[in-house]
Each structure stands twice: as C-alpha cells, then as structure tokens.
Design a protein around this ligand. Structure first.
Ligand code: KIV
Length: 282
C-alpha cells in the first residue's frame, strides 16, 4: 500500500524518523521505491541537477508534470510529492489551486509542496480545503534566491527564529501536513520541530528534525564538484558511471563489444546464398 500523509503524521507521533529523497525519472524512482524510501519529492531542484540551470527559477509546471509522471510510473509504494514551481502559486489562491490540481490530475502526485510562510496561509488553506495535501517549505527557500542574496543559511538571529516559528505555526494552522526546513541552524530546527505537531523534514537543518530529505544526485555524487555542505555522498556513482562508459568506449574501439553473446544469429536454415547479393551492388 502506498504511504499516506497519515502515515507520516503517525511516524512523528511515535517518534519514528523517516527519509525523503528527490527523484526525477522512472529508473531512479524504481530503485528508490524498491529500497523502501517512503517519500519521493519531484522537486524543482530538477532545474539545477537534472536540467543544468543555475537556479530553480526557470522550472515550469509542465516540467514538473512531465518528470512526475515518470516517477509515478516507477514508484508504487512511496508517497509522491510534487513541487509547485516559481510563480505557479504566488499570484492568487485560485491560480495556486488550479496548478496544484494539475500536479495531482496530470502529474499523478498525491501531494504538493510550496515555499513560503504566513503570507501563503490562505493559499495553503484553499488548496487543502479542495482535498490536496500541502507540504510547506521554510528557511532557505530557493525560489527567493534573488531576494535572499544567494543560497544562504537562514534563521540565525532571535528575531528571524521567531518569524520562522510563527511561519511554521501559520502553515500548520492552514492545514499543511509536513514542513521542509532548509538550511537553518540545528537549534532553530529543534525549536520548530518541538513546537508543531506535523513532521519537520530537514535538509541542512541538523539531526533534530523528524525526517531528512536529500537531493538524490548529491547522495550519489553524480555531478562532479557538487557536494553541498549539508549533503553526504553515500557512493561515488558518478565515478562508477564514468569508469563504465570509458570501458564501453574502449571495448567498442577495440572490437571487444559486442560479442556473440550480445548479438543475434539468423535462424537455422536461412540460406543467405539465396539473396544473391554481390559485394559491389552497393
Ligand atoms: O526542490 C527540491 O528538491 C527541494 C528540496 C531541497 C527539499 O525543495
């Protein structure tokens, strides 16, 4: 059975930590689902780590829908969360609801995620009231990178921690079922985690959150040179892929690939002489 938002709330109530990972394609979704990862996020980080943009700002709703469909086809058990990209929910609650609806109807996600605090409480309430679960996202909100002056750690003062807590309360009251906390000090994440009844999911927010999320390409170190401070490369998959394709290239050039094993023979009894092909026929 697919993981539900009620399961996530129950994990928090029981004090059970859980993990979330981003996924952007079918093959990866199959692997993460088989590994038992309970929540997959089709994040707008796909703009940076799958499409090569410098920020998440160019990502469109159609991009997320396209990738979400592939992830949904690969993951039968995980809860699928789809990101609402930049400017698809900030203009009005009605537009946000329509766009959230497309992620559910066309993308096949079960829930959506959006970035922002108190100012979006009405929007969150509008979407949730229509039956679409919403995950909030506080702290470093990458869609506001230009406002924040870069991808920087947030909530470093008493005043900004106070605002963070008040945003978390507003989102919970508006009906959000979980909160991503990105790039904030551990102490700030603990205060938020202790003060809400919905699960907090940290990325660069220390070990005190109820759950953790990582970007899959960081966990596997697929992109040379990209390891954010908050990430850990669990395996050098980028190196493994490079070694594999270098070997393939050498084998093709050396006539070692393919062999009979990777080739198809004609059925017995097919007489090629009957073709009557001469070499200079072209
Ligand atoms: O887009 C994304 O991958 C995210 C995670 C960093 C939480 O929002």
């Amino acid at each position: 059975m697919r993981v539900s938002i009620q399961d996530l709330k129950a994990y928090k109530a029981r004090g059970e930590r859980f993990s979330m990972l981003t996924a952007y394609d079918y093959a990866t979704a199959c692997i993460l689902d088989a590994a038992g990862i309970p929540v997959l996020l089709v994040g707008d980080s796909l703009g940076m780590v799958a499409l090569g943009h410098e920020t998440t700002l160019p990502v469109t709703l159609d991009d997320i829908i396209h990738h979400c469909q592939a992830v949904v086809r690969g993951a039968r058990n995980a809860l699928i969360v789809a990101d609402l990209p930049f400017l698809t929910y900030q203009v009005s609650p009605e537009e946000a609801l329509r766009n959230a609806g497309r992620l559910i109807q066309e993308g096949g996600a079960q829930t959506v995620k959006l970035e922002g605090g108190r100012e979006l409480a009405n929007t969150v309430e509008r979407i949730v009231t229509a039956g679409i679960p919403v995950m909030g996202h506080l702290g470093l909100t990458p869609q506001s990178v230009n406002q924040l002056g870069g991808f920087r750690v947030q909530a470093k003062t008493v005043e900004t921690i106070r605002e963070l807590v008040s945003d978390a309360h507003a989102l919970e009251a508006a009906g959000a079922y979980a909160l991503v906390l990105e790039c904030i000090p551990t102490a700030a994440a603990k205060i938020v985690t202790d003060s809400v009844s919905i699960p907090t999911i940290g990325i660069g927010a220390g070990p005190e959150c109820d759950a953790q999320v990582q970007i899959i390409t960081d966990l596997l170190h697929l992109i040379p040179g990209r390891i954010p401070k908050h990430a850990r490369a669990y395996m050098e998959v980028g190196d493994l892929i490079r070694q594999a394709v270098e070997q393939y290239d050498a084998d093709v050039r050396g006539g070692i690939f393919p062999t009979e094993k990777e080739s198809f023979a004609l059925p017995k009894g097919v007489d090629l002489e009957a073709l009557n092909v001469t070499l200079d026929e072209g």
